[in-house]
Structure formats: structure tokens, C-alpha cells
Design a protein. Sequence first.
Length: 447
Amino acid sequence: MPYIPNTDHDRRIMLQRIGVRNFEELLNSVPEKIRLTKPLELPEQLPELELLRELKKLAQKNRSGLAIFAGGGVYDHFIPAALENILSRPEFVTAYTPYQAEVAQGTLQVIYEFQSCICRLTGMDVANASMYDGASAAAEAVSLAEAAKGRNRIILSETVSPLFREVIQTYMSGRGVEITTVPHRGGVTDLEAMSKHLDDQTACVMMAQPNFFGLLEDLETGAEMAHKAGALMIAAIDPISAALLKTPADYGVDIVVGEGQSLGIPLNFGGPLLGFFAVKKELVRLLPGRLVGRTEDIDGKPGFVLTLQTREQHIRREKASSNICTNQALCATMALVYMTLLGKPGLKQVALLSLEKTHRAAERIFKLPGFSPYFKGDFIRETAVKLPVSAKTLIEKAIERRNVLPGINLGRFYSNLNDGLLLTITEKRSDAEIDALVDTLREMATE
């Protein structure tokens, strides 16, 4: 039985009403070479019971109990059991995409509290209700800067996540925007090289804190250089590391974006994720997505309302700064519950544990023959390791033989770093798992 229960009679009436003889005429705009000309070769349909058995059999092929030391933007953190219990309440789990959020005061309050937490974390004046993920938030930030400044040049540091930069390239394609990628020097942004590209047509500069290699950047100097050229400064940050660092606002940043998956959202094979977006109050009118505010009704009772939506369905199209029409409400709720459960001290403790474990493990690894830091500099919970062998080969062997994912192959993103491993250790990794990691690296490197 098809999921859409239209009968043949229903279809004939609909086709007749729109003046089309048959369904195939609706496909005239689709090139014939890419049309499906024969049924897909699918297995025979199964009863529900047998189908569930087959799906469970497939699921059992997934590797379980993997010790994960990979990060690069998505991290394996411990999630308190209370989070799932709270989130399973029907008023939360059903409010995934509240297109008419005005009718649900609870949904609006959750968004408002999420915005408040992001503002406290970043030090910025205003945060929106969330974005699809960190990469789309980064691209929307660049788009905002272009609109705010009326300039068509943007500067990206090579140490910003390659995935963020790829999405930015896609967003900006066809818009006449010139994108300059500033190389890194020793794993951090080459500010001298960046200064040569800054001019009166530069809309913004984007740097990361910490950067993709896990190193801390001189964000304050970068912001000063951008402002001197009349450009906006965008910082892509890690929310866990932010618990230990000065806020982006303290560095003079204008726009803050980031990936919020580490705030209580499980890995889930790569998604869904959560983007957060915060700005100085001067930029609030160009803020993408939606913004919830706290107000009072006619009787003086407190309430919440959708204060701003800068999308083309709500304002004149030529004034719209974005076509983002929703937010990751469910994931934002998860992040809010996580931040609320941990509080400021708890979030700081997670960051400290990650820092301590990463530094202790790195010290042991760097003592192994052939292993060394790829770059010198301060790092928090992620560091690049120079290997005596190919990172790709080492990772594959470690997974297969020891059930350990030792990190990310930097060669996937930087062609000259095929012997580089991006190592991440969160508070979730036990001493035994770290011992297994060190033993695995020692073993694989000597083969």
C-alpha cells in the first residue's frame, strides 16, 4: 500500500484539473537521461515482524564499544541521563519545527532561555533561536556581514573548519563575493599575510577559537586588524572550550557562531547538529532566523513572543537577510537542558577534564618514537600529532584490530598533512581507554 492513499480516480481528476493528460507530462522539465526508466531492483516486501528482524540484523553489523578519540567539531561527551528523561516529555519532543511558535508559550520560553544561555556563553548581546548546524551558521554570518557592510570581499582563516569553509563557498557562489583564504603559519592564522588582504572592500574576517588544529588564536589582534579596515570580526568557537576562555565579546568580536553538538547531543552517525549564532545589538536587525523576546501582556503578566524573523515571508524580500525559515528547536532544547543541568561550574569541569586528559595523553604520545607535536602552541582539548606513518592507514588498523578510533586524518582536509592525526580526548574517555590508545599507536607505528 502506498503512503499517499490516492486512487486512480483521484489522480485522473487532479491531472484533469491542472490540464495535464498524464503524470509523465509533469516530468517534461526533467532531462530524460536522469529519469528512472524501470523499477528499482528492490527486495520483495516483508511483513513488519520480518522487516524488523532484518533491520536489527543490519544494525548489529555496526561496530559497538568503539573508543572515540576523534573530534574536529563533533565530540563524544557524556550526556546525563536526566537530559533524555526531560526531553522525552511530549511538549518538548513534538516541538521540532514550531512554525507558529506564538501559540506555544512553553516553546517560546525554551527558545528564549536557550538564547540567554548562548549570550552568557559568548558575551554577546543577542542570540537567535539556533541554526541548522555550525557550518550553516558560519555561512549565514558571512552573509550578514556582506549585507551590513555592503562590501563583497571576505577573509577566512585556513584554520577555520574546512567543512565550515566549504559551506561558505557554496552559500556565496553566484553572488559575486570574493573569498580569500589566509594560510596558517605553524598551525595558527598568519596575521601578517591577512593584513595584506584587508582593504576598504573587506566585509568580514573569520577566525576560529580554538582553531581546527586545536590551537588558540590571537583573536584580539585579528579583531583589531579587521576593525581598522572597517570590517566585521566573526569568531567560530567551541562551546565547551569557551567555558575556560575569555568570551568572544572580550576579544572585540562582532559575530559569534559555532557547532553546539557537544552540548548534550549524541553523535548519531553525524547528525542532526545544532548551530548557534550571536551578535552585537547593532546587528540585530540583520540577524537570520528567529528571535524570541520576553514581554508583558495587557494585564502585566510576563510572556514570550516571536520578536523578529528576517525572512522573506515576513518582510519585503529585498530587505530579507536570509531565507532560513526555522531553527533546530529540538536540538536547541537538548543543549538548553544540558547547559542548565551542568551550570557554569559543570561546564567548566567538563572543559577542564577534557583539557587535562588531552594534555596527559599527548605527553605520553609525544614520547613514543617517531611521534611529535605537528605544531607548537597552546591547545585545550584537541591537538595535531605528527605520525611516523600514514594517518589513514594507522586509523584503519586501529579500528579493525583494537576497536579504537585514534583521531581524524588531517590529510582529508589538508593535502600536505597526510601524516597528521587530530587527537581529541573528552571527559568520557577512561584511563584504560587512553592506555589502549597509547599502546595502539606504539604498536601500529612499529609495523
